[in-house]
Design a protein around this ligand. Structure first.
Ligand SMILES: Cc1ncc(COP(=O)(O)O)c(C=O)c1O
Length: 374
């Protein structure tokens, strides 16, 4: 039976515990697992760095959510991405979005280059630019849509078809949209990445990452091997928290996305703001593509200030309800001067403020923004 996303989020990996009948998933902290006299594992597990029962449940749930055949979870979103990149041979060439999440930009410069993996940065929202970059051959095309923090939209059907026709593997960072609002595997991607630290965890109290693979096969197995040997695993408690967050994801992200639409529409007008980046606005260059591939437009907004860096810093400083902190995806709204958070590798405009819209009433958030911008 093909179930809808809300139902898949609740029921995948949620079988009652066969031993106790517990409905909530048991949290199994054991690092090692007993074997039969002939050496075969009693319950399918041997050692925590390889697999464990709590992790199995969250992986089953994430695979079902994205519509993939298998998932692997990691200690963070960066660990997920870097572990996959570790599978690439020396000499491989990869294409990253020109405004990729800054941690992966740093990974390309500081980790991949010394291993002989070449990176080119491409405006993924421009199919002609992608075609030109693919002309020289690429092992992996990395897409992030909506992107962090410029909220650029890449048409996934178009980009994935072109990249796959050239023989590249297509990875989509789906952290901002979540599987509730966008499912890249259905649009032609091979792998979906999540920083589960964000919306999937949902409470700003767990770090985690995930890769969901459209198909079982060599890439899944190579990545599983690097995770096992490198050890970038999700702990049982972190897996348990991510699983708990996943269960309520649909109602949270839909409410947060609806509030973000209200906030972005009002922000788009005031005198102090020169640009609002939110794909739900009709004026956003990616609005039509976002409508085609997203259920709604997500809960992240960025905007630029006419008064430049000083005005952006002053706006953040004056916020009262929004918490001044980096990160996103929790139930509480956050505000940050993005370039300051990113540091030396940042390519983010200095006049840009990023908002993560939480579950507060949108009118309260607007009142805070109006006084902060005044
Ligand atoms: C789009 C995106 N991908 C990946 C990451 C990395 O996740 P983590 O901080 O869990 O390593 C982040 C973190 O902010 C992100 O925003």
């Amino acid at each position: 039976m093909a179930m809808r996303i809300e139902t898949r989020l609740l029921h995948a990996g949620a079988e009652p515990d066969p031993v106790s009948g517990a409905v909530a998933p048991p949290l199994i902290l054991s690092t090692t697992f007993a074997r039969h006299p002939d050496g075969t594992p009693l319950g399918g597990h041997t050692y925590i760095r390889e697999s464990n029962p709590t992790q199995d449940r969250v992986e089953a749930a994430l695979a079902a959510a994205e519509g993939g055949e298998a998932a692997l979870v990691f200690a963070s979103g960066m660990a997920a991405g870097v572990t996959l990149l570790e599978t690439l041979p020396a000499g491989a060439r990869i294409l990253l979005p020109d405004d990729v999440y800054y941690g992966y930009r740093v990974a390309a410069a500081d980790l991949l280059a010394q291993r002989g993996v070449r990176t080119d940065f491409v405006a993924m929202d421009d199919p002609a630019a992608l075609d030109r970059a693919l002309g020289a051959g690429a092992a992996l095309v990395w897409i992030e849509t909506p992107s962090n923090p410029l909220m650029k939209i890449t048409d996934l059907r178009v980009a994935a078809a072109r990249a796959r026709a050239s023989g590249a593997t297509v990875l989509v960072d789906n952290t901002f949209a979540t599987p509730v609002l966008q499912r890249p595997l259905e649009l032609g991607a091979d792998v979906v990445l999540h920083a589960t630290t964000k919306y999937i965890g949902g409470h700003s109290d767990v770090a985690g990452g995930a890769l969901v693979f459209a198909r079982r096969g060599p890439l899944l197995e190579k990545t599983r091997h690097v995770r096992h040997i490198g050890g970038a695993i999700a702990s049982p408690f972190d897996s348990w928290l991510v699983l708990r967050g996943l269960r309520t994801l649909a109602v949270r992200i839909r409410a947060q996305s609806a509030s973000a639409g209200v906030v972005a529409a009002v922000l788009a007008d005031p005198r102090a703001v020169s640009a609002v980046h939110y794909p739900g606005l009709a004026a956003h260059p990616g609005h039509e593509a976002a409508r085609r591939q997203m259920e709604s437009f997500g809960a992240m907004i960025s905007f630029q200030l006419k008064g430049g860096r000083e005005a952006a810093l002053a706006t953040v400083a004056k916020a009262k309800l929004f918490i001044r902190a980096t990160s996103l995806g929790g139930f509480e709204s956050l505000i940050e001067h993005r370039a300051s958070s990113e540091g030396v590798h940042s390519t983010t405009p200095q006049d840009l403020v990023r908002l993560s819209i939480g579950l507060e009433h949108p009118d309260d958030l607007l009142e805070d923004l109006v006084q902060a911008l005044a």
